[in-house]
Design a protein around this ligand. Structure first.
Ligand SMILES: [Zn+2]
Length: 237
């Protein structure tokens, strides 16, 4: 579903987050229904909605004709003011949508720009990526250093398990320990703990290269980002 054109990506006052009307065709019965999709979820105002985002029910709609549950992915701003965290889910043509979103900054209000200076502002491609960012913030970690730590641990995992064909690598805590979960093409999953002290070491190694926040842009901090940072670091040595 591509709704970027009709969707007002402008953050700011509440009325700017206009709900989006979308036609959804049910996969089971083939009937089309108009859905009203919310453009923003503010979990500071509505804490119960955080769990709905995490378990995916926020994105699920039930077909009024046959009862089939339909999952809908569309541009959504996840806003957690208590954590100064703003995450934009941009599922279609993420880079292009992100470029447009950041271009709109010139029309942001003073208040919005002030908020953007102190907020962690991220863009993500998928609902899973959105949940990962929320989990990282809940763990009190910086997603940039988590992404770099993941790169090191993932390289180790692949050395030990060359049989895996990873499709997804996400930060996940198990039994209170930080680690990553690798999901494989054939449905295999593997969780690997971050070795003791590695995250802190990564912070020490990369804090100069991972620049202090200057821009008010939404940023895509993912595996591609960490590859670029690692390459820059090698160039520096
Ligand atoms: Zn249906």
């Amino acid at each position: 579903m591509s709704k970027n054109e009709e969707f007002n990506l402008l953050p700011g006052e509440e009325e700017r987050y206009k709900p989006i009307e979308a036609d959804i065709t049910c996969k089971k019965c083939g009937k089309t229904h108009k859905l009203t999709l919310r453009a923003c979820v503010n979990v500071s105002l509505h804490p119960e909605e955080k769990q709905q985002v995490m378990d995916g029910s926020f994105f699920q709609y039930t077909c009024p004709d046959c009862g089939e549950k339909v999952s809908v992915s569309y541009p959504l701003l996840y806003d957690d003011m208590s954590k100064a965290l703003m995450i934009y889910l941009l599922p279609d043509e993420t880079e292009e949508a992100l470029r447009k979103l950041n271009e709109q900054q010139s029309s942001w209000s003073e208040d919005m720009l002030k908020a953007a200076k102190v907020c962690t502002m991220r863009a993500v491609r998928t609902q899973n990526d959105l949940c990962e960012k929320i989990k990282i913030a809940d763990a009190g970690l910086d997603d940039r250093f988590v992404e770099l730590t993941k790169a090191f641990v993932f390289a180790q995992v692949m050395k030990q398990r060359p049989d895996l064909k990873p499709v997804m690598v996400l930060y996940e805590q198990q039994e209170g320990k930080d680690g990553l979960i690798v999901m494989d093409k054939e449905g295999k999953t593997l969780w690997a703990e971050f070795p003791e002290g590695l995250y802190d070491e990564v912070v020490r190694m990369f804090k100069d290269i991972v620049e202090a926040k200057k821009s008010t842009n939404y940023e895509l901090i993912d595996a591609n980002w960490s590859v670029a940072i690692l390459a820059r670091n090698q160039g520096a040595n």
